[in-house]
Design a protein around this ligand. Structure first.
Ligand code: HEM
Length: 177
């Protein structure tokens, strides 16, 4: 008999007895695990209920404080880039950072309190070439990567970057002017 054949035969024999279906005894199945609240590393329990709403990206990264930190680092990189700094020489950077924080908050699924202009209104007069748009996108990606933003959130932000390209780049097809 081949190794393990005995088991297979036993199972087959049981399954083929018609009366088995009415028998109260069933083949052994492992008991269902007792539902338990998961343990956090600190040992405190959290209760997960069906009503728990999934966290937004905004909440997952830590809310406004984290978005502000990201925007500060992002504009530090942009202003340190000699190809980009010239765009911002006469721009009020405090207001700029504030508007970017509010916009990134919306992109991340947080509350919408954006009060600035549309992207097309703000950028079309600047005649931004694709090359500079790509550089700015690269600084944003580098910023979020440095801050250990989870990969799925980074991917969603990059998808939005692709969607708004035509509104920012000169000669695109700006929706929502
Ligand atoms: C990649 C996507 C981009 C996003 C999401 C974005 C976002 C913003 C936001 C929210 C504002 C503020 C608008 C307002 O205050 O009404 C703004 C303004 C501005 N952006 Fe961008 N931006 C992007 C790309 C770029 C690029 C590629 C450049 C330059 C190479 C640039 C240069 C500027 C400048 C100079 C202003 C100030 C315009 C002014 O005050 O007249 N932006 N941007």
């Amino acid at each position: 008999m081949p190794a393990g054949g005995g088991h297979a035969m036993v199972r087959h024999a049981v399954a083929s007895v018609p009366a088995f279906a009415r028998c109260a005894v069933r083949p052994h199945t492992p008991p269902a695990p007792t539902p338990r609240a998961p343990f956090t590393p600190e040992g405190t329990t959290v209760t997960v209920t069906e009503e728990t709403a999934p966290l937004s990206h905004f909440e997952r990264i830590g809310g406004t404080k984290s978005v502000k930190a990201a925007v500060d680092l992002f504009y530090d990189k942009v202003l340190a880039d000699p190809e980009l700094a010239g765009y911002f020489t006469s721009v009020d950077m405090a207001g700029q950072r504030r508007h970017m924080v509010l916009m990134l908050t919306v992109v991340l699924g947080g509350p919408n309190e954006y009060t600035g202009r549309s992207l097309a209104e703000a950028h079309q007069p600047l005649n931004i070439p694709l090359e500079h748009y790509v550089k700015v996108g690269g600084h944003l990606t580098a910023t979020l990567t440095e801050l250990d933003v989870p990969a799925d959130i980074l991917a969603d932000v990059q998808a939005v970057l692709g969607q708004v390209q035509d509104q920012v780049v000169s000669g695109g097809d700006p929706a929502g002017v």
